[in-house]
Design a protein around this ligand. Structure first.
Ligand code: BGC
Length: 525
């Protein structure tokens, strides 16, 4: 009985009411708005310099690399131009010691080495033929770099690291341009690869989902629920009140914003906090930051459950894992229960007890033990899903698409292990969305959380494609400008922006090239 009562008490600490959800959505709106107005806010709302979405017609082979929370993936993506693609990739776990290396070059040198191995394995012929070219610039591989940590983006291929998350801690890299860090190491290996674009995994997911959805897909948001959590969405340029440095194409009137919602409510105005949440936060590499992520993402859920269950086993009044038949199940054995938490949710009581044995060395646990364990794991997972619904609801409401008759489905691309494998994670998000004022059960039915598998790799390849074209177009424009500069007299002096330059080029008969440049800038292809 005591076990059942204590389990209920702990479960109730993780419950979030519908009223709370509505309050949290309002708080998200206010912090999101603040992030669009000024720098240094809790929600960073980072402009990404990506101002258009693909339509599925893009073609070509591009390289992409993805440094996530656990693995480093190197891929090449063949975009077929019909909303389909072929992805080839290698995946390696990032060695633990490199996650906290003394120098940035140790980590980035390892990444460059993996790119070299991949190119040898999968693109040896192209690689050798590029190496033997005299004009290497023409034939270089363009690479999209998915870097899933908070970065202050300064251009499509430039961004300085704000802080590490997800267990990485290399102070030497903070404030440095991560594209330069990678390019330097690639150059040391003499690889014919140019880091053409820097992209967050959520931005990649949004782009990949748009590519596969094709014309009319109109994906609103790309979200990750994996080791970490974050979302990127399309915002009107007119709503971004803080200055955006550098060049970008404003013709679509929109830009993708990387919210970095892992840092929603770092000030804890609204987020629920149990003692276990606070303890965990203190022990992370970034205490006080990314506190939303520490309640939602896969890196932390198992640890929250572990601490809650551990406290229960230390309580002499409770029978948890202390039955006569399970005398060896003292709290020393309850040390790493992340994977067991997930499977505890997925399986029935018999299988669950089997999992407790296999994963945690807890033998002969009683049915009550297994039920208590399931209840706690379920409560932590359910709280995560309801929290996850908060930014999604806020972004859907803010977009106005629910009242737009042309948007019957509001498409959201999601990726990450929680979204994909945690039992009922997406269903619990839908349930929470239905409880939000302004969405309701009818609105929730129009929101589609679609898995965007391999999103970040494909998305990075798509951005590399755009960046490579922008670069090429810039050289066409520069070549044209050089020709114009050779014309005697001062009549070209005023041709300083692209439209004026195009006019000047007409005079010299080079209109075609710049017309193509301008058209591509506008159409994204
Ligand atoms: C990072 C984000 C990333 C997310 C998901 C977070 O820890 O700050 O940039 O998008 O994890 O990978």
């Amino acid at each position: 009985m005591a076990l059942e009562a204590e389990t209920k008490r702990i479960v109730s600490l993780f419950e979030l009411s519908d009223d709370w959800l509505n309050k949290a959505v309002r708080e998200y709106h206010s912090q999101a708005d603040e992030g669009l107005r000024s720098e240094g806010t809790s929600l960073s709302q980072i402009p990404t310099y990506v101002t258009a979405l693909p339509n599925g017609k893009e073609k070509g082979v591009y390289l992409a690399v993805d440094l996530g929370g656990t693995n480093f993936r190197v891929c090449s993506v063949r975009l077929n131009g019909d909303s389909t693609f072929k992805l080839t990739y290698n995946k390696v776990a990032v060695p633990k010691e490199l996650m906290t290396a003394e120098k940035a070059e140790h980590l980035f040198g390892f990444l460059a080495k993996q790119i070299e191995i991949f190119m040898h394995e999968h693109h040896k012929d192209e690689f050798e033929s590029i190496r033997s070219q005299t004009n290497k610039d023409e034939e270089i591989f363009h690479l999209g770099f998915t870097f899933s940590y908070p970065v202050k983006q300064l251009a499509i291929n430039k961004g300085t690291l704000i802080r590490w998350t997800k267990g990485f801690d290399i102070p030497d890299a903070i404030g440095k341009d991560v594209c330069v860090l990678l390019q330097t190491e690639l150059d040391k290996l003499h690889l014919p690869v140019r880091v053409a674009a820097l992209v967050n995994d959520t931005v990649g997911t949004l782009l990949a989902r748009s590519y596969t959805a094709g014309e009319g897909g109109h994906t609103l948001l790309g979200a990750i629920f994996g080791t970490g959590t974050n979302g990127a969405y399309i915002e009107k340029l007119s709503n971004i009140k803080k200055p955006i440095e550098g060049e970008y194409d404003d013709s679509t009137g929109e830009m993708i914003i990387n919210t970095e919602w892992g840092s929603f409510d770092n000030q804890l105005n609204i987020l629920p906090s149990t003692t276990w949440d606070s303890e965990i936060d203190k022990e992370t590499v970034n205490p006080g930051y990314h506190v939303f992520e520490k309640r939602v993402s896969g890196m932390f859920l198992g640890e929250i459950v572990r601490r809650a269950v551990l406290d229960m086993t230390k309580n002499d009044q409770l029978s948890l894992f202390k039955d006569a038949n399970s005398s060896s199940n003292d709290w020393h054995s309850t040390t790493d229960i992340g994977p067991a938490v997930w499977s505890a949710e997925a399986v029935g009581p018999g299988q669950r007890r089997h999992e407790l044995e296999g994963t945690l060395d807890i033998y002969s646990s009683s049915l009550e033990d297994a039920q208590a364990f399931k209840a706690i794991a379920g409560a932590v997972g359910r709280r995560a899903a309801r929290l996850a619904a908060v930014p999604i609801a806020a972004i859907v409401l803010q977009s106005g698409r629910l009242s737009d008759a042309n948007s019957s489905i509001i498409d959201i691309g999601v990726d990450g292990s929680l979204a994909e494998y945690y039992p009922s994670f997406r269903e619990m998000i839908y349930e929470a969305l239905a409880a939000v004022d302004g969405i309701g059960p009818e609105g929730a039915k129009r929101i589609r959380l679609g898995i965007a598998k391999d999103g970040s790799g494909v998305g990075a390849a798509l951005i590399a494609l755009v960046a490579a074209r922008m670069e090429k177009n810039r050289s066409v424009a520069n070549a044209a400008k050089r020709k114009l500069d050779q014309v005697p007299g001062g009549f070209l002096d005023s041709f300083t922006n692209p439209q004026q330059l195009a006019l000047g080029v007409t005079v010299l008969g080079a209109l075609t090239a710049v017309g193509l440049w301008w058209a591509r800038r506008r159409n994204f292809v």
